[in-house]
Write a protein that binds this ligand. Structure first.
Ligand SMILES: Nc1ncnc2c1ncn2[C@@H]1O[C@H](COP(=O)(O)OP(=O)(O)OP(=O)(O)O)[C@@H](O)[C@H]1O
Ligand SMILES: [Mg+2]
Length: 406
């Protein structure tokens, strides 16, 4: 959290935590939107194509990266608008007021261009350009569950690695840069090995980098998994299915029995011996081969063998356990975006979800709370959310128009 007093207007009396205002400018199907928000969960309902997910996507840009659809920045600009721009260049912007226990802050982000004309994301905090997108995480943490993630446990291990890396990144903002660097060095090594003629000293140096970053990646992911287990153990009122989560991989197995430095040496050594084999592409060992595995404890089944609804509950259980970790140690709010959340959940499980997201809010309004949770949900059918009547702000979305719907 930035320490400079003028960076926020102190409002200690405020009970609201999370976003109190959201403004969209030329974002997807919205030309302009200015949304005042109350405290507590927010429910967006409306027909298909109305613009519900687009609002969640806009909020997801209050975290570093390419948003919940993981998209090229220019693609979210309102199509009709930029076609009319004399420059022909797409542009969009989002502004939000975030309420924290320290007071409120103004966050802004949007599409900008370098002098050379390439796309970049501009981030402003209280009107001042931020050094990097990572500065957003000082003020708010945004996590999401989308329908595309319903198949998380059925998809390839790389999809699950991305999921766990995103969580690790929320805990440690240096994690993303480390993963990026690791992948870059992995590609460089593979390229040299494929060519066949390389400087062994340079390949050894790359392997040393891979070992250092690789072990740090393994440790960061294991920290997430450990925290997930801890969050489950501590929360007695947990209504979600209990799960067992673990990272599986060769380096993880070594790390269970050896100190990190010894694992680095072992990994570097292994990379050296597998050079002839790795020439075909990639590397046979490393955190780029690891998998995030989840078991449904009551069913005694791996997640991929559970039913669609059970898998969704497991995914929500993992995500909610993670938000608890965030709440316990971060002083800024966590925003949880649950797109089309009612799909695959029966009445009973929906109720469990609503109880879980409402009760922590009550508990966390106490003074000792750190970073409370604001949950945003979307659905086509308002009746799916009737258990939240009186406890959530209901908004109806229709053709990019948003109305309060008490
Ligand atoms: N860059 C863009 N410019 C203009 N409109 C866009 C752009 N990108 C997407 N849209 C439109 O935004 C509309 C709303 O999309 P959104 O995904 O938010 O709908 P939704 O309300 O979540 O619908 P569903 O219930 O089907 O999930 C869609 O009709 C889509 O075609
Ligand atoms: Mg949608």
């Amino acid at each position: 959290m930035p320490r400079t007093q003028e960076y926020w207007s102190i409002n200690q009396q405020s009970r609201l935590s999370g976003l109190s205002r959201l403004v969209l400018h030329q974002f997807r199907n919205y030309q302009e939107l200015d949304l005042p928000l109350q405290s507590g969960p927010v429910v967006l309902t409306g027909p298909n194509g109305a613009g519900k997910t687009n609002i969640l996507e806009a909020i997801s840009f209050l975290s570093p990266g390419r948003g919940l659809r993981s998209i090229k920045l220019s693609q979210v600009a309102n199509l009709k608008r930029f076609n009319q721009n004399p420059s022909g260049l797409p542009s969009w912007a989002i502004a939000a007021t975030v309420e924290t226990s320290f007071g409120s802050a103004q966050l802004g982000t949007g599409l900008d261009y370098t002098a050379a004309g390439s796309e970049r994301r501009l981030v402003k905090i209280n009107g001042e350009p931020a050094k990097s997108q990572a500065s957003l995480t000082d003020w708010v943490s945004v996590i999401w569950v989308t329908p595309q993630m319903d198949r998380l446990f059925l998809e390839s291990a790389s999809t699950r690695r991305k999921f766990i890396d995103r969580l690790a990144y929320a805990l440690d903002p240096t994690h993303a840069a480390r993963v990026h660097r690791y992948e870059h060095h992995l590609r460089e090594r593979a390229h040299l090995l494929r060519e066949g003629r390389y400087d062994p000293l340079w390949v050894s140096t790359l392997e040393r980098y891979l070992a250092e970053d690789g072990v740090a990646i393994v440790v960061a992911r294991q920290q997430v998994v450990k925290s997930l287990r801890e969050a489950q153990r501590q929360d007695k009122s947990y209504l979600f299915p209990q799960f067992h989560a673990e990272m599986k991989g060769e380096v993880e197995t070594w790390a269970a029995n050896q100190p990190a430095l010894a694992v680095e040496d072992r990994y570097a050594e292994k990379l050296k011996t597998t050079r002839p084999h790795d020439g075909a592409g990639g590397a046979s060992t490393g955190p780029h081969r690891s998998d995030f595995q989840v078991h449904h404890l009551a069913k005694q089944l791996p997640a991929e063998l559970c039913s669609t609804g059970e898998q969704k509950m497991l995914l929500l259980a993992v995500t909610l356990a993670f938000t608890r970790i965030q709440e316990s140690y971060r002083s800024c709010p966590t925003i949880l975006l649950l797109d089309d959340v009612a799909a695959h959940l029966d009445d009973q499980h929906r109720l469990v979800l609503f109880q879980e997201i409402c009760h922590p809010l009550v508990a966390l309004s106490h003074e000792d709370s750190k970073g409370p949770l604001q949950v945003w949900m979307t659905g086509t059918d308002r009746s799916s959310f009737h258990d939240l009547n009186g406890q959530a702000q209901f908004l109806t979305v229709h053709n990019a128009t948003v109305m309060n719907s008490p």
